[in-house]
Design a protein around this ligand. Structure first.
Ligand SMILES: [Zn+2]
Length: 96
């Protein structure tokens, strides 16, 4: 009998990432509420080798949606994407 272990969970993203659609920035969704294709697109970005510049948006090539990361506690997400802390924080943050 085969039992599924948690061995594959290393590639799972933390669920506390919040995104909002570029087309309607007032809406916010948790990562797990996104369409599966968009979650896959995000995973692909996050699991890619580091070195590229951080992205402003996540563009899903399957459904054509674009997302901005509103907040995340996942270091891998933060290192791949610029976070947009809502409409009021549109200015640029000083480099820390
Ligand atoms: Zn999608």
């Amino acid at each position: 009998m085969l039992m599924k272990s948690g061995a594959r969970k290393r590639r799972t993203l933390r669920p506390d990432t919040v995104l909002s659609p570029v087309s309607s920035p007032d809406e916010e969704y948790y990562l797990w509420a996104l369409p599966v294709c968009c979650i896959r697109a995000l995973k692909r970005e996050v699991l890619r080798r580091p070195g590229e510049r951080r992205r402003l948006e996540l563009a899903c090539g399957v459904c054509g949606r674009s997302w901005r990361i509103t907040s995340s506690l996942d270091e891998r997400v933060l290192s791949r994407f610029v976070t947009h802390a809502g409409p009021r924080a549109g200015g640029s943050h000083p480099a820390a």
